[in-house]
Each structure stands twice: as C-alpha cells, then as structure tokens.
Design a protein around this ligand. Sequence first.
Ligand SMILES: C[S@@+](CC[C@H](N)C(=O)[O-])C[C@H]1O[C@@H](n2cnc3c(N)ncnc32)[C@H](O)[C@@H]1O
Length: 254
Amino acid sequence: MSGRLAIVGLGPGDHRYLTPEARAALDAADVLYGYGPYLDRVSERAGQARHASGNRVEGARAQDALNEAAAGAQVAMVSGGDPGVFAMAAAVCGEIETGPQAWRALDIVVIPGITAMLAVAARAGAPLGHDFCAISLSDNLKPWDLIEKRLDAAAAAGFVIALYNPISKARPWQLGHAFTRLAQHLAPSTPVVFGRAMGRADEALTVTTLDQAGEVKADMATLVIIGSAETRVIARDGKAPLVYTPRVAAAVTA
Ligand SMILES: C[S@@+](CC[C@H](N)C(=O)[O-])C[C@H]1O[C@@H](n2cnc3c(N)ncnc32)[C@H](O)[C@@H]1O
C-alpha cells in the first residue's frame, strides 16, 4: 500500500465533536502525529505509534509525518478544530511546496472538523447569521500593524469578526488594543461573545458589550466574536440570551 497522510480535524472538544470520517481516519492510521494536548484527546489503539510535539514546531512535525508517509506508512496528523483554520493543513502544504518532489506524489487528505468559531457561535445563538470574517490576533506570524489594518477594514465594512488566538502569556496586550481599535468603528453597545473551551467539561460563555469587553478574562482557549452594527441580543427570563445577526442587512447609507 502506498503512503498516505490524513490531516484530521478533531473538532473543538470531546469525542461528540469528532466526525465519523475523522474517527475512521484515526482508526486506519499506523502512526499519529500532533501537538501533545490534541493527541491526548485521541484514544490509544494497540500497535499504533504516536509522536507528540510542541506547538512551536509545526514545520518539523509536518516534515516528519511526510517522511513517514513517503516511506509507505498510513499517517494521521491531528489538529484541534478544523485542520485548515490557523492550523496544520497549511503547515503541511507549505512543506510540500518547498520539500522533496516525492512528497507531491503522496496521497494527502484533509478531513474537516468543527472550528472553534462555529462551536462558540452555536452556543451563543446565531451571531454569524450574516457576513463575517475570522482574524487571528497572534502577531507571531504576521506584524501587528497588519492585524490593525484588517481589524479596521473588517469593522468598517460591517463584518462580524471572530478573533482566534486572542491572548497568551507572551501576547498580553493585543486583545485590549483590538477592542480599542474596534471601538473607533463600532458602537459601545455592540455585542461581544467570549467562548472558552467550547465542547469541553469546563466550557464557559460570556455575552457582553464592546465597552465592557476589556473587563472579561480571556486565555488561549478563548474565541471572541465581535458583532456588527446589525447584531442583536434577545434577553430571556431565566435563560441565556440569544445573540444573533439577522439574515437581512440594511442598505448602505453614504
Ligand atoms: C491555533 S488556533 C487553532 C484553531 C483550530 N484549528 C480551529 O479550527 O478551531 C487556536 C485558537 O483557536 C481557538 N480555540 C480552539 N479551540 C477552542 C475551544 N474549544 N473553545 C474556544 N476557542 C477555541 C482559540 O482562540 C485558540 O487560541
């Protein structure tokens, strides 16, 4: 059998979010690669090798997996959420583009998973009901001024914005700066949703407004959704509010 590399999305949380296609790809693999905490979510199977690595070695992990597939193994590379969203699928493609010719001949499949943005949106109601975009707030792989430019453009254009990688120990101020920047375009009452560890036992959802958003704690397991001028919150007695963006947008007034 020729080698194969499946890049598998695990979804945001526990096994409820693993698709049958992803489950089958994991079962069929001789060897699994991935960031340690993601690999820990996959149950062990006798005879299946596992290679866990850190979150700063995506390129090396991709190269190892490609080499093993090129040697004939059935390899699965696991990724949290969807592997194509700020994750391993693009890292593998990058290595294939610059790597040995043999890697281009491999059977490569990308198996989708539920990305964090969709999991958080579903818990909150329907904040992505109209046009939206996703921006990673990490300035590890792009300059901060480019992030600011994209925040300005997205908010001015009326997109709902999902922020991945909002904060970390090494990036403590970026989220606060992003809120300040967005406040130049959006009303203080704009709804903001914080979703933490969605799909896991300790998941938490907070609904607030842009002027209060700086008070809410966020960490690396949090995804933030900032509404547009159209986004609304329906308050409900004794139940969580419903955040939604209507399917119909108002006409542009110059
Ligand atoms: C490097 S990105 C990977 C995204 C992933 N590929 C996906 O599709 O969800 C990591 C960021 O995704 C978000 N994230 C991942 N899992 C999450 C979850 N269960 N709940 C909330 N946000 C999550 C956080 O913003 C985190 O900093």
